[in-house]
Structure formats: structure tokens, C-alpha cells
Ligand binder design. Structure first.
Ligand SMILES: *Cc1c(COP(=O)(O)O)cnc(C)c1O
Length: 411
């Protein structure tokens, strides 16, 4: 018997299957291209069995085994040799009588983004399922992540991208030896084609909010936060949101711990979106979904039709989640501030979470003593162009000390 089964986010049906399965078959039939898909699956485990297996020191034992009991994998042997996750959590000194600010630096993953957490589990599952080719549709971090992780596992990665995708993003994917299929069309047509190809060739598909195990990979961040905060639950977690998979993963991780009675409350999770692309937040109270075309420098969270909208909404509503939007200007200013005050250089999408925390604190004042985590999901080196307006590289000086002195005096 498998140790996990699925629950459909939308119809609630439980599904156990020996075949590879992505979306709930009933809900999938009703999907169309204009709305977020329904039928995204949540992976559940037999929590009582896990509790019985470790009658003492449950969390410690789970941690010792790299949380294998809470992952859809048979063995840790199938996981990549690269170090994924276990990223640092830094407490940043604040003024006295303030809240405690913690930065979770997920740019320290092998391909420099949070996406490696999902790629790890997808890659390991493919290995256990004896499928050697993994396909994904992506314009950015998910594509480079699956490319890098597959390289480490000697698996083949095929990434469908819109033909218009920026060169810089494609470079990292190609460096890892993955195959790129540029598609004449937008992200959605690349997404659909990648699924058609998956079905035709029997590959494994990593698409976000399609493959349920991306959420299982992403949830590991919550286990780490709990461990790094000396086995306590943070009061608030600020999460940058595009398709809504990371935020669902964060919720899912804490939900697993709740089901195991390791923790007894959910943190308040704050969804942060860019003002120019807030299709999750703007639709939370809408009867039917309305997509507004995106325009923001935070390209990793620039999403017209958020693929995991229904699950993210459900988690936010059921757990008294909160939300906030930030402008591109606020993101750029926060970028500089974050780098200057912490030495962490993050890409705009990640900085959005930090900007959201600053704005939230200004508007609502975070209470003294609260433990507040900001998820920094990707490295600033991935997108050097957006911060150019904020810096100026000075002209050169003559190589003599008088010129240097003059130069320094001008600064
Ligand atoms: C993908 C990504 C996000 C957003 O994750 P979603 O699951 O799409 O909400 C945020 N930051 C970075 C750096 C990302 O690559």
C-alpha cells in the first residue's frame, strides 16, 4: 500500500491511484483556459500511523529521516546529491521594543531559488517511477531549477518556454544541459503543449499546480522554520505570491504538523502580490474569476491566471490569512534597503515579500515580541536589470592617488 493518497482541493474526493495522476479527473473535465484550473490535488498521509511509528520525539525522528514519512518517496536514496533546502534563517537586529524579524534565504538553493524544493521531490519521484525525462513549462525559475536538479540526477529535462522569453533566463536552463522548446505563443500555450507532450511521450511533468508533488516539496520550508525557531510556530510569515503554489506549500507544511499534533496553531500567513499583478488578491471576493493583464518588474510573480488560485484562496480563507500589495517602486526601494541592511541581494519577486512586511508594519504596526518571517525566494543575480534605476556605476578615475582623492571628495 502506498503511504499517501490525494484529496481534490475543489470536490474533496479522495483518490488513490497506482497510475501517475496530476489533477482530479472529474474536476479537470470542467476546466477552460480563461479561469484557473480546478482539481489540484493535495497529498495526504496516514498521520495516525506516523504518530504510532514514533511514539517519542516525533518531530526529532521525522527530521532525522529528512521528513521522508511526510514525502511521497520510498527512499532518500533517490533524492539529488545537491543540498536542497535547509537554507539559513537569519534574525535581523531591529530597534528595541520591536518584533523579531527573520529572513529565510532560499536563494541559497543550488539553482538560486525556492523552486529547487519542488524540483527535488519531482525528480526523486521520477527516479523511483523509472521515468528518465521530466518536462516543464516555465519562463524562469522553475525551468532553470528542474534543469539543474535533473543535471545532478542525470535525468533529461525538457523545458517549454514562450519564444519571447528573455535570453538571460534561457541561458541558465541551457547551461544545465536541458532542452528548450520555444513555443510561438504565451506561457499558457507552452503549458498546454508541455502537457500534450507529456501524455504523448510518457514523460513526467513538473508543471506548477498540475503536479501535486511540487506542493510537497515546497512545504518543507515550514518544517525548517519550525525547527529553526527552536520548535515554535512563527507569528507571521510573509510570502511572495504568483501562481499561489509556494503559499499553499507553506500552509501545507504547517497543516501536516498540526495533523501530527506537533504544533497547535497556524501562523498568520500574509500573501504579498505586486500591485501590477494581483490576480489572486483581487479575486478573493469575486464570484467569477476576472483576470487583469500583469505589469510588474517582479517577473517571477507576474501571473495573469494564477494556476493554484483555488487552493491558495481556500487556505487563506480557512486560516484567517491576510494579504497586501506592493508597487514596483516600493519593491525597488525595499531591494536596496534589504541588500544594504542585511547583505542579502534578492530578486524583485522575493523582495516583494520584504516590501510587504515593511508596508504592513507601517500600516498595522506589528506587535512587540512577535516572530515574523520573510521568505526570500530567489537571488538578485537572476535579474540585474530591474535594479539599475536605483544605482549608478561611477565613471573611472585616473590611476593616481590625487585623482582618487578628488573622486572620493565628490561622492
Ligand atoms: C515562483 C516564484 C514565486 C511565486 O511562487 P508561486 O508558487 O508562483 O506563487 C516567488 N518568488 C520567486 C523567486 C519565484 O521563483
Amino acid at each position: 500500500m502506498k503511504k499517501y493518497f490525494f484529496e481534490c482541493n475543489d470536490c474533496g474526493k479522495h483518490i488513490t491511484s497506482d497510475d501517475l495522476i496530476y489533477l482530479c479527473p472529474d474536476c479537470e473535465k470542467q476546466n477552460d483556459a480563461k479561469r484557473p484550473p480546478k482539481g489540484v490535488l493535495k497529498t495526504l498521509y496516514v498521520y495516525d500511523e506516523i504518530k504510532k511509528k514514533y511514539p517519542k520525539d516525533l518531530f526529532f525522528n521525522l527530521q532525522q529521516n529528512r521528513f521522508l514519512d511526510l514525502l511521497p518517496l520510498i527512499s532518500n536514496e533517490s533524492r539529488p546529491f545537491l543540498d536542497i533546502g535547509n537554507t539559513p534563517l537569519y534574525e535581523i537586529k531591529q530597534k528595541e521594543k520591536s518584533f523579531h524579524l527573520f529572513l529565510k534565504d532560499d536563494s541559497q538553493n543550488p539553482t538560486f531559488s525556492f523552486k529547487d524544493r519542488a524540483s527535488e521531490i519531482v525528480s526523486a519521484f521520477a527516479r523511483e517511477s523509472k521515468i528518465n525525462t521530466i518536462v516543464a513549462a516555465s519562463t524562469g525559475n522553475a525551468g532553470s531549477s528542474i534543469a539543474g536538479i535533473c543535471a545532478s540526477q542525470r535525468q533529461k529535462a525538457i523545458v517549454f518556454v514562450p519564444a519571447s522569453a528573455p535570453k538571460a533566463k534561457l541561458t541558465q536552463i541551457l547551461m544545465y544541459g536541458a532542452q528548450i522548446v520555444p513555443v510561438d505563443g504565451n506561457y499558457d500555450s507552452a503549458f498546454d503543449l508541455s502537457i500534450a507532450a507529456t501524455k504523448k511521450y510518457g514523460w513526467y511533468n513538473r508543471n506548477t499546480a498540475y503536479n501535486p508533488f511540487t506542493i510537497e516539496g515546497k512545504k518543507t520550508v515550514s518544517f525548517e522554520l519550525y525547527a529553526q525557531l527552536n520548535q515554535t510556530v512563527p507569528d507571521k510569515v510573509f510570502v511572495p505570491v504568483g501562481d499561489g503554489v509556494i503559499i499553499s506549500g507553506v500552509y501545507k507544511g504547517f497543516e501536516d504538523l498540526l495533523k501530527l499534533n506537533i504544533i497547535d496553531k497556524m501562523p498568520v500567513i500574509i500573501a504579498v502580490q505586486a500591485e501590477g499583478s494581483n490576480n489572486i488578491i483581487s479575486n478573493l471576493n469575486n464570484k467569477s474569476f476576472i483576470s487583469i493583464p500583469s505589469k510588474t518588474i517582479a517577473d517571477s510573480i507576474s501571473v495573469d491566471i494564477p494556476r493554484n488560485f483555488y487552493m491558495a484562496k481556500k487556505y487563506l480563507v480557512e486560516n484567517n490569512g491576510e494579504w497586501i500589495t506592493v508597487s514596483d517602486d516600493e519593491i525597488l526601494n525595499a531591494s536596496l534597503l534589504l541588500s544594504k541592511e542585511s547583505g542579502i541581494f534578492s530578486e524583485p519577486a522575493a523582495v516583494a515579500a520584504y516590501a510587504g512586511m515593511l508596508k504592513y508594519n507601517k500600516e498595522k504596526k506589528i506587535a512587540e515580541g512577535e516572530k515574523v518571517v520573510v521568505l526570500l525566494t530567489g537571488s538578485g543575480l537572476k535579474d540585474l536589470n530591474s535594479v539599475q534605476p536605483k544605482i549608478e556605476i561611477p565613471a573611472s578615475v585616473k590611476p593616481d592617488i590625487t585623482s582618487v582623492e578628488k573622486f572620493l571628495n565628490q561622492q
